[in-house]
Design a protein. Structure first.
Length: 525
């Protein structure tokens, strides 16, 4: 081969090599070993950096990048060249016209060892998308763990609520039984009524804990907030103690709201207790209600609020106040400034959650050394206040009976109490401490069983599953479920809503006997 022909072959090879390198989807560049100036960069490098070859060739990193970044690049380059070796940088950021990109780079020394013919060759892969994907996977794994943890907490909460509701049912039933033997003006009867009220508030709190963990909501009705405050005033005065002066400023002809009365009681108790704790040395506490119209200007200051007529509940104290740093966190669940075992941090968070569910807004104003005011805005509802038993036919009210009831309850104390209550109302009661015992009693009982009263959540066999088995042999039997769960949760166990009556735990004697009459007389078989 002639010298010219050989030269052409090598020239074609170099051109082919350049074309091939330009087609590579990764950045390839070369620098000289002395001043580390760019000698070559392929098209992928141009596209990645957002700079043309003319802008890059002949320049150093110090002329192209920020000083700290350029210094880091140069240090790695020098480390590659002396002594000659290959290094891999798994992740390094670089500023480009498209923003910060992350590269995985391999750098190596090529050429002779004399120094004059040596060069730095680097191949960089853009791993930004892979890195974001990896981070997204980490976030997804974290979110999955959070969901699993919340699910476990939900199951734990459901178990705690179930056991706690059983004990509350005993307390409420016993309190009601004790009240029945006392005259209306007896101070002990008044105290027992407050015990029952506190028990119902505890029941509402457990239902809200269960709703937080598993979903669900309470049924609202038309309420006069002043009536709620009047009914709780005596108890609230006892809660705050003698060193705090409690006063009320209640607007006459207050608009009504749509809410669960027990939820409003919880709001009041939480706000009053927080105010009390802010005044350990005593002070003044004012509960105020009024009618307000929230206008456009108010909404601009508070975007979460709804325009229109609202009822305002304001609770003000003369306590030590709250600093701005704490104010920014007071609505977080479990955040508390109280010492351990003195508070959970759920009080104000629970208030906000209750009010938000009714479309309302909670605002907090405070100054250190002056005091705090919490304002609760609840949208106005049309209509007159609904009494607790409004719409309940007389036949539904507690009444005596002579039917036979199969009662299934695992909590032995509650089983004994409810058996005693029902027998005093004239019923024949077969008490079973679980599904297996209930099936055996049904098999052994030769007479009619008119009603099954069973808990929903039980091991081995759920209440609905037990009912389905018993209804196969006793199709005329009616069913009452006792549970802290909502009716739709029970329907998911497999029974249609027309076949049963639900008694929410915890229940009082009057609630249970009323629901039993409802099931026996009005539920279709």
């Amino acid at each position: 081969m002639s010298e010219d022909a050989e030269s052409r072959v090598f020239s074609l090879d170099a051109e082919l090599l350049r074309t091939l390198i330009d087609k590579l989807p990764v950045m390839v560049f070369m620098k000289d070993a002395i001043e580390l100036r760019f000698e070559f960069i392929n098209r992928a490098g141009e596209n990645l950096l957002g700079r043309s070859r003319e802008e890059l060739i002949g320049r150093t990193d110090r002329e192209l990048f920020a000083p700290l970044v350029a210094a880091a690049f140069e240090a790695r380059d020098r480390g590659t060249l002396a002594p000659s070796r290959t290094i891999e940088v798994t992740e390094e950021p670089i500023s480009t016209s498209a923003g910060v990109r992350w590269l995985r780079t391999t750098k190596m020394s090529i050429g002779d060892e004399s120094g004059g013919g040596r060069h730095l060759l680097a191949i960089s892969e853009d791993i930004t998308a892979d890195r974001e994907l990896a981070r997204a996977l980490v976030r997804a794994e974290g979110a999955l763990r959070d969901v699993q943890r919340r699910d476990a907490m939900g199951q734990l909460a459901a178990g705690i609520v179930h056991d706690f509701d059983n004990q509350l049912s005993v307390i409420l039933s016993k309190a009601e039984a004790a009240m029945a033997g006392l005259t209306a003006g007896d101070p002990l009867r008044i105290d027992l009524a407050e015990v029952a009220r506190a028990g119902r508030q505890c029941a509402d709190l457990t239902r809200r804990l269960l709703a937080l963990a598993c979903g669900g909501a309470a049924a609202p009705r038309i309420v006069d907030l002043n009536d709620v405050i009047f009914g709780m005033e005596r108890m609230l005065r006892r809660l705050v103690g003698e060193n705090i002066q409690l006063s009320t400023d209640l607007t006459q002809k207050l608009w009504t709201v749509s809410a669960d009365p027990s939820a409003l009681e919880q709001v009041l108790v939480s706000l009053v207790l927080n105010a009390r704790d802010a005044m350990p040395g005593g002070g003044a506490l004012v509960i105020k209600t009024t009618n307000v119209e929230l206008d456009e200007a108010f909404m601009q200051r508070h975007p979460d609020a709804m325009r229109g007529p609202h009822v305002l509940l304001a609770v003000s104290d003369t306590g030590h106040g709250i600093d701005q740093e704490t104010m920014a966190r007071v609505s977080e669940p479990f955040f508390t400034t109280k010492a351990p075992q003195m508070g959970t941090g759920l009080g104000l968070w629970s208030v906000r959650d209750i009010v938000r569910r009714r479309g309302g807004t909670v605002l907090l104003t405070s100054e250190l050394g002056t005091g705090t005011t919490v304002k609760v805005y609840v949208p106005r509802a049309d209509g007159r206040p609904t009494p607790p038993n409004a719409g309940v036919p007389p036949e539904f009210l507690p009444a005596l009976g002579d039917e036979t009831i199969l009662l299934v309850e695992e909590e032995e104390l509650l089983l004994r109490v409810v058996c005693g209550v029902l027998r005093r109302h004239g019923y024949t009661v077969l008490g079973a401490r679980g599904p297996g015992e209930a099936l055996l009693l049904s098999e052994q009982h030769a007479g009619t069983i008119d009603l099954l009263v069973t808990d929903v959540v039980m091991p081995l066999l759920s209440g609905p599953q037990l009912a389905e088995r018993l209804l196969c042999t006793r199709p005329a039997m009616k069913v009452v479920f006792t549970s802290g769960y909502t009716p739709d949760a029970i329907e998911r166990h497999g029974l249609p809503g027309s076949r049963f009556v639900l008694v929410q735990k915890p229940f009082s004697t009057s609630t249970l006997t009323r629901k039993i009459r409802e099931a026996l007389e009005f539920v279709g078989s």
